[in-house]
Design a protein around this ligand. Structure first.
Ligand code: PNS
Length: 180
């Protein structure tokens, strides 16, 4: 990438398995600052995510359309190096949410490695709303799987997808032998 791009495109990458209210909060904080926000969903099927990359892209597209109608944000999937994906988009800013000090070490390594791979790429960290500072996709899956209440932490549409995937007994269409 050469020169300074005229459009400020923020790339917000992650696994988003699933997307939760902390992620939505970060997108909302980006919208007034950048010309465009691209949520970049990692294609990582080898890590056996709960939702396939196509399901995660559809989940986030639906949420962004519902939460920020008409806003300059979109959702793409990517595989390979994040910096290569960004170069294809003409983007130079990575946005990552920073919840606690425990996030810092991994984020620090990624930010510096990405900058080494492409010196034009800078990482911007955003703190989500305090209410979401302990929230992670891993905890969302664990708590929901064990029957815990996630009201206010996960959008209703994601809750419905989690119910379908983690508690299929509540969904007759998913029972073996059901052929309606
Ligand atoms: O939500 P996650 O799983 O913490 O997101 C991690 C992500 C997607 C940002 C990171 O794994 C990534 O960028 N993967 C793409 C491959 C890559 O570029 N690796 C080198 C990063 S320094």
């Amino acid at each position: 990438m050469t020169g300074i791009p005229t459009r400020r495109i923020a790339v917000y990458p992650g696994s988003f398995d699933p997307f939760h209210n902390g992620h939505l909060d970060i997108v909302q904080r980006c919208l007034p600052i950048f010309d465009e926000v691209v949520v970049a969903v990692l294609f990582n099927e080898e890590k056996r995510p709960l939702f396939s990359v196509d399901e995660r892209v559809a989940m986030v597209r639906h949420l962004l359309a519902e939460s920020f109608p008409g806003a300059p944000c979109r959702v793409e999937s990517f595989s390979g190096l994040l910096v290569d994906f960004m170069a294809r988009l003409g983007a130079r800013t990575v946005v990552r949410g920073l919840r606690a000090v425990s996030d810092f070490e991994f984020e620090f390594q990624m930010a510096l490695m990405n900058r080494r791979l492409n010196p034009n790429v800078e990482t911007v960290f955003m703190m989500p709303k305090e209410d979401f500072s302990y929230l992670s996709s891993r905890l969302v899956k664990e708590v929901y799987g064990l029957g815990g209440d996630l009201t206010g932490l996960v959008p209703p549409s994601v809750l419905a997808l989690l119910a379908e995937r983690l508690h299929p007994e509540g969904h007759p269409e998913n029972r073996p032998g059901h052929n309606a």
